[in-house]
Design a protein. Structure first.
Lengths: 526, 298
């Protein structure tokens, strides 16, 4: 009984300490489980770059660092903004007095150059998020303090896209000279100045004394330690050699830390904007039959699974296409009406057996389920899925593949049923639903289906400016995707668990491990 | 002068035909540790064969109400992170261990013996070439070669058997060749050649039966190694896949994560691996001693 009580105490500890006066000074030490592939966030998509490097930069907009839902947009370099009535022109007023780390002033020219690189990259320059700005016609800088984005059609999620933690503002003069300079160098306007990166060891940043947001950052500096091994990460936090690992730990690791550190640890938890999905290859029989796909989702007791697996894996909530608790998430009562989300599992499984019989699938039908050779949470969810499908008379052989082979098989359609994954940098329907459009429209629809109704719904929700109208369209999309056609299966929502030193204050967990990494609000207590 | 092939075709006896019961009793008296090993091996085999009768639970059935349950009357060895009975999974796991162990040891020792005897029989350039190829394989540690093979072929029991068998072949070939080099000079082999028998017949009927003693020793020694390799590869996630019960697989994942709070998940499968490998090694060593004429006379 001692451990759960300790855990309760740790969870109850105030995470952000908004009411406390931040203490200046100290070096935050955190663990990063992987190394950045390059230093250019416009081309990369990994937390391994964001965690050590984001403190050197600013973005035009950002997510409020105190918002646990990770959806409230605030200005970063933008002081204010206006949206034209037709929803096609966004004008941003920039802050004055913002300086790059080399002492030069940041102007609208720098913002335009950065977004031109992201949205209209020249040949040979990679841009990971070019696709989310497809409706941007032009980026303009009419004067040194104003930036204007002109869109070809209105988009409800446009401000969210501009708050991407990857859209760092670079210096225009440098980009003019060498568009790929930022792949190997660091120089931004952020709260911390780059000191050194020793590959395989650490990354160091020190306080930017000329930071535009007076009084920030609170820390003298930070040190990121690159540690791949999970046990070593836990040991680093437990031994107080590191204050925090921002990505997250497993429930067992949380218990181990809480048990060992007691009041010295604070645990922050949140639904995580990541999901393991099940792709059913519509080009392989019998998965071309919607009855079979529906049977596969009806077999899953998600409610029991969520309760049980949350003890051993980084999953927790039963969710649809949006993270529970966020603006576009389907309310639980409505969600339960979808196939495979109900509470009466016996009834659902009887229906699944009936559908399989009706589709001519014999009892004991065998198929291969391909899974990724990554332990958490692929392994426990794989075991759970196989067990659930076994309960409706299906025989499943699991093939566990190394990541490269798994990705290649998913992309090439060399599978019957396969685990698939999706992780967003922000909870936003445009970002989260893009994948599920017809193959050819979406580059990573591994189910290999064509559904023009779904494509139409995606476009309509994306252009809907009225939030209520958009919610309705997102629900329609969800019902078609997960219930009527059962093109894809959602397993369980990931759950982010960040146990950290109780000395770390001013950092709030969000559903995305990409967000809230500028560290400007973070401080260390005595 | 014509020689009757039938007379020369008879293979000289390696061991005396006799009373098997007495032989077994003599073995037990002379080498009690080997006998204990043999009994454990026999139990392992019987448990594997009769798993569906002996196991108290279905090894695949999850029970989320009994996750990470301590050893109790209901679950003698506790349950794992999915509420599956650890004892039942160990019992069924012995089936995987024995299947992989016997298949790899038999294939490895047999193919190795054939290659080794063939190499010794032909001698000269053929021997030189075969031995250099074997040397290349021998340059890699057993597990490294198995890892390389499994990473090329992929996971699964079939591929695992191939991956473990391949590194065993050159080791068996080396031992078989050294025994066969002496046999090659025996008069009955010369006589078989003179009688005009085919190379295949001489190798398979006249030479191979005479390396039976080292072959049996290799077979038993490789059994333990194969079980250990299967467990190692499964532990690394390169062997059999969940939910198949396998001892090495039971040691990974949640067993590591919950090593402090649910140690039974790792202790009992680990004990099963140790016991099986120890038993095979004991039996193999004793068999080697019993079949080695130099040790037998001491």
């Amino acid at each position: 009984m001692r451990l759960p009580f300790a855990l309760l105490l740790a969870l109850m500890a105030a995470p952000a300490g908004a009411q406390e006066r931040p203490r200046q000074g100290g070096e935050l030490v955190f663990v990063v489980p992987a190394e950045p592939p390059s230093y250019d966030a416009h081309r990369e998509g990994t937390f391994a770059l964001i965690h050590p490097t984001a403190p050197h930069y600013n973005t035009l907009l950002r997510i409020d660092p105190n918002d646990r839902t990770g959806t409230r947009i605030v200005g970063d370099l933008a002081e204010s903004w206006t949206v034209a009535e037709d929803g096609r022109t966004y004008a941003f007023k920039l802050r004055r007095g913002v300086k790059f780390h080399d002492g030069s002033e940041m102007t609208s020219r720098d913002v335009k150059a950065s977004y031109d690189k992201i949205i209209f990259p020249p040949s040979g320059v990679a841009s990971n998020r070019k696709g989310i700005y497809v409706n941007v016609e032009a980026v303009e800088a009419p004067d040194r303090d104003t930036v204007v984005f002109r869109l070809t059609w209105p988009q409800g999620s446009f401000l969210s896209s501009l708050a991407s933690p990857f859209s760092w503002i670079y210096k225009a003069d440098i980009l003019e000279r060498d568009m790929r300079w930022y792949e190997t160098h660091v120089m931004g306007t952020g709260p911390f100045v780059f000191v050194e990166h020793v590959k395989g060891s650490h990354w160091v940043g020190r306080r930017n004394p000329n930071y535009w947001d007076r009084g920030k950052p609170h820390l003298d500096g930070y040190r990121a330690l690159f540690i791949k091994d999970a046990a070593a990460q836990v040991a680093a936090v437990r031994g107080e050699r590191a204050h925090i690992q921002f990505r997250g730990f497993s429930p067992a690791e949380r218990e181990s830390l809480v048990g060992a550190m007691g009041a010295k640890v604070t645990v922050q938890e949140s639904p995580w904007d990541c999901d393991l999905l099940v792709a059913m290859n519509h080009e392989r029989k019998p998965f071309d039959d919607r009855r079979v796909r529906r049977a596969l989702t009806l077999a899953l007791d998600r409610h029991e699974g969520a309760q049980a697996l949350s003890r051993i894996a980084i999953v927790k909530a039963v969710a649809g296409v949006q993270v529970p608790g966020t603006p576009f998430a389907t309310p639980p009562a409505e969600l339960e009406r979808l196939a495979g989300y109900g509470r009466d599992i016996d009834k659902a499984r009887a229906e699944a057996r009936r559908l399989l019989r009706e589709a001519g699938v014999p009892d004991g039908f065998a198929f291969t389920f391909k899974n990724r050779a990554v332990p958490m949470p692929y392994e426990p969810l794989g075991v759970w899925l196989i067990d659930q499908w076994r309960r409706v008379g299906l025989t499943v052989r699991q093939e566990v593949l190394e990541t490269a082979k798994w990705v290649a098989d998913n992309r090439g359609g060399d599978f019957e049923v396969s685990m698939d994954a999706q992780c967003g940098f922000m909870v936003e329907p445009d970002l989260d639903l893009y994948k599920f459009q017809s193959t050819g429209v979406s580059h990573n629809n591994y189910g290999r289906y064509t559904d023009r109704v779904l494509d139409e719904l995606y476009a309509r929700q994306s252009r809907a400016v009225d939030p209520e109208e958009r919610k309705r369209l997102v629900r329609e999309f969800e019902k078609r995707l997960l219930d009527e056609e059962a093109h894809y299966l959602y397993t369980l929502q990931w759950h982010r668990i960040v146990p950290h030193s109780a000395r770390v204050r001013g950092w709030t967990i969000t559903p995305s491990h990409f967000l809230n990494q500028q560290l400007d609000t973070v401080w260390l207590s005595e | 002068m014509a020689v009757k092939p039938a007379v020369l075709g008879d293979v000289p006896e390696v061991a005396e035909r006799g009373n098997w019961r007495r032989t077994v009793l003599d073995f037990c008296r002379a080498r009690p540790l080997g006998a204990i090993g043999a009994v454990v091996v026999a139990i392992n085999i019987l448990v594997g064969l009769g798993a569906n009768v002996i196991a108290p639970y279905d090894p695949l059935t999850t029970d989320y109400g009994a996750m990470l349950a301590r050893p109790s009357a209901a679950h003698w060895l506790g349950t794992d992170a999915f509420g599956r009975d650890v004892l039942s999974r160990i019992i069924y796991g012995s089936r995987t261990a024995m299947l992989v162990g016997f298949a790899c040891a038999f294939l490895g020792a047999t193919l190795g013996a054939v290659i080794g005897v063939t190499s010794a029989y032909f001698g000269g350039r053929a021997d030189l070439l075969i031995q250099r190829v074997m040397d290349i394989f021998l340059a890699f540690p057993l597990i490294i070669l198995a890892l390389a093979v499994v990473s090329i072929l992929g996971t699964g029991i079939g591929n695992l058997i191939v991956a473990i068998t391949i590194p065993m072949i050159p080791r068996a070939a080396l031992v078989a060749r050294s025994s066969a080099l002496a046999i090659r000079e025996m008069p009955y082999v010369d006589a078989a050649r003179a009688a005009g028998f085919s190379h295949r017949r001489i190798i398979l009927r006249h030479m191979l039966p005479n390396v039976m003693a080292p072959y049996l020793i290799m077979l038993t020694a490789y059994l333990g190694q194969a079980i250990l390799l299967e467990a190692s590869l499964s532990f690394l996630g390169l062997g059999v896949a969940e939910p198949t019960p396998a001892w090495g697989l039971m040691l990974r994942g949640a067993a590591v994560q919950f090593a402090e709070s649910a140690p039974w998940m790792a202790i009992f499968p680990g004990f099963a691996i140790s016991l099986a490998v120890f038993a095979f090694n004991l039996f193999g060593d004793s068999l080697r001693d019993a079949l080695d004429p130099r040790l037998r006379t001491q």
